[in-house]
Ligand binder design. Structure first.
Ligand SMILES: Cc1ncc(COP(=O)(O)O)c(C=O)c1O
Length: 397
């Protein structure tokens, strides 16, 4: 099946306003997602927040099923949180680690994760081992396996980094993690909604993701997957009256499912929107979405290569829908502003967002564009033409 672009664009109000090519930042929501959010908010305004929750409780419960279907997981393995970082931190800060314990990670790890590594290194004396990349820029699998020591307590990898087009070999890493019985935390923030995600095939123990990027959900949504056999005995870094219950003055119990990582109070309107976004993606099909988005990204790369002064900074054998590039003599921030004035949205990714990779490659701030399946070839051409016009006077100098 190919996607019905006309229908999808008709269902996406933003495409009539802007040429939005930044799904890796925060994608355009389908109208159905907007409706689900506003409908719930309206209900809260009409009958009260607690009453709206009670009335929609069974519908809101289906959001867990949707996310579970998206990941090929069970509903009990899903916690809904406010973003990917909150989900990732539940695991990273919840895992007991002692001085000298080691965490294996990749060069293109996301900045927030890298900062958390630094915090626990300082606070708890853990050691962070960065696995070097292979010639393509992906995690070197042989080296990763060789770097596992008896003190390695976690493998924490970013699947699709925030810039650079890379898709790390997440399933192969899962096989190594399993073989060595090391827990595996996968940052799938940029993968969900862009490509099929199957936690069984990935072999990960934990997976974190966000709603607003390729999944096209509302901002302020995210989720955590934790494999069933890891839940029992996993102490969340924080508890409240939803995740835990009092047994006695000295004892408490935890919820038996992944929702022990959630809190009592939640943005139910946003959750309703997330649920619709997930179903929307599943209905179109993640294979179809990937083919369309990656196809447009490759068109963009081909067009960029033809513009004088452009350097593409993408890594990996088969790059994702995230395209990173610089243009000689053009300031990335000013370029983004100039494009915005023409109704075209792309972004800038600073070296701080992937600190190790940026340092290794000497990366400057890069322009970042990410077409999605709702974009058209005409929009790619529009961006290329605008970039060429901006680049021309500088290159001619
Ligand atoms: C690879 C990666 N991981 C994690 C995050 C953090 O996601 P969130 O802002 O939803 O916490 C991002 C955000 O850009 C990201 O690109």
């Amino acid at each position: 099946m190919t996607i019905d672009l006309a229908k999808i664009r008709a269902e996406t109000p933003g495409v009539a306003q802007v040429t939005h090519l930044l799904a890796c930042g925060s994608a355009l929501m389908p109208q159905a997602v907007v409706d689900a959010v506003t409908d719930h908010i309206q209900l809260e305004a009409r009958i009260g927040g607690y009453e709206a929750h009670a009335e929609r409780e069974s519908a809101l419960a289906t959001v867990y099923q949707g996310v579970a279907d998206l990941l090929n997981a069970d509903t009990d393995e899903i916690a809904l949180l406010e973003n990917a970082t909150a989900a990732w931190c539940q695991i990273f800060y919840g895992l007991p680690m002692r001085t000298g314990d080691r965490v294996l990670t990749c060069e293109a790890e996301y900045s927030a994760n890298a900062l958390a590594f630094q915090q626990r290194a300082k606070r708890d004396g853990i050691v962070i081992d960065v696995v070097p990349s292979d010639a393509t820029g992906a995690v070197d699998l042989e080296t990763l396996a060789a770097m596992i020591t008896p003190r390695t307590v976690l493998i924490a990898i970013t699947w699709v980094p925030t810039n650079g087009g890379l898709v790390n070999p997440a399933a192969e890493i899962g096989r190594i993690a399993r073989a060595h019985e090391v827990p595996y935390l996968l940052d799938a923030c940029q993968a969900v909604g862009q490509m099929p995600v199957d936690v069984a095939a990935l072999g990960c123990d934990f997976l974190s993701a966000t709603g607003r990027k390729f999944l096209r959900g509302p901002r302020g949504t995210g989720f955590l997957y934790i494999r069933q056999d890891r839940i029992d005995g996993f102490e969340p870094p924080m508890v409240d009256l939803f995740s835990a219950h009092r047994i006695s003055e000295t004892e408490y119990g935890l919820r038996p499912d992944a929702r022990r990582f959630e809190k009592w109070e939640n943005a139910y309107a946003l959750r309703a929107g997330l649920g619709v976004a997930v179903r929307y993606a599943l209905d179109i099909g993640l294979d179809n979405i990937q083919a369309a988005a990656w196809g447009l990204a490759n068109d963009l790369r081909a067009g960029l290569q033809a513009i004088k002064g452009v350097e593409i900074h993408d890594l990996g054998e088969t790059p994702s829908a995230i395209v990173s590039f610089t243009i000689d003599g053009l300031d990335p921030d000013q370029t983004v502003t100039a494009l915005r004035d023409q109704g075209i949205c792309i972004g800038v990714s600073s070296p701080a967002s992937t600190p190790v990779d940026a340092q290794r490659r000497g990366l400057p701030p890069v322009l970042r564009a990410a077409p999605h399946y709702y974009n058209s070839k005409a929009e790619i051409a529009q961006l290329l033409e605008a970039l060429e016009t901006l680049a021309k006077p500088v290159i001619a100098r």
